[in-house]
Write a new protein. Structure first.
Length: 160
């Protein structure tokens, strides 16, 4: 997150921020939530969408979201940003691997940072239900279709 661990993102009360979220991973999706804050999706992968309020995002590999968050008027509390990899996509998670990353929305640096706990229950919105801002529908009459079949193969116990 922000190319580091535990970043502190300072915010002002009562403001609306546009946040760009990108999964720069190469294999698995990730979940993201900002405790105590609702996010409004306004863009996905370069397509503006009709605003959709969500509590959590599921971000696939290379997917990009733009969301709005409105900060609270009260500055007495700071909030955790929680993210975790979709460990269901692994054969197993090695004991040394940490799928979780945290950050903080800091309203007042004099106040303590909140405790964090791994994100393990999910409440994601199905982005298939997003509607483009211009209401453009998906293509239906295509001239040519290209089918690409991809699969994992087991090579002596290693998925390839």
């Amino acid at each position: 997150m922000q190319d580091t661990q535990n970043p502190k993102i300072t915010v002002l009360p009562g403001k609306t921020y546009l946040i760009h979220v990108i999964n720069i991973g190469t294999f698995v999706g990730s979940y993201l939530t900002i405790e105590g804050h609702e996010m409004t999706i306004v863009e996905v992968d370069g397509v503006y969408t009709q605003p959709q309020k969500v509590n959590e995002l599921y971000i696939t590999v290379a997917q990009r979201y733009s969301v709005l968050i409105t900060t609270k008027a009260d500055t007495s509390q700071n909030f955790a940003i929680l993210s975790t990899l979709d460990t269901g996509m692994f054969d197993h998670v090695p004991p040394w691997a940490n799928p979780d990353v945290y950050g903080y929305l800091v309203y007042d640096s004099k106040n303590p940072l909140p405790p964090v706990s791994p994100l393990r229950t999910y409440d994601v919105f199905d982005d298939f239900n997003l509607i483009p801002e211009d209401c453009t529908t998906a293509f239906t009459n295509v001239d040519r279709q290209i089918m690409i079949t991809m699969d994992f193969e087991n090579d002596d116990g290693i998925n390839r």
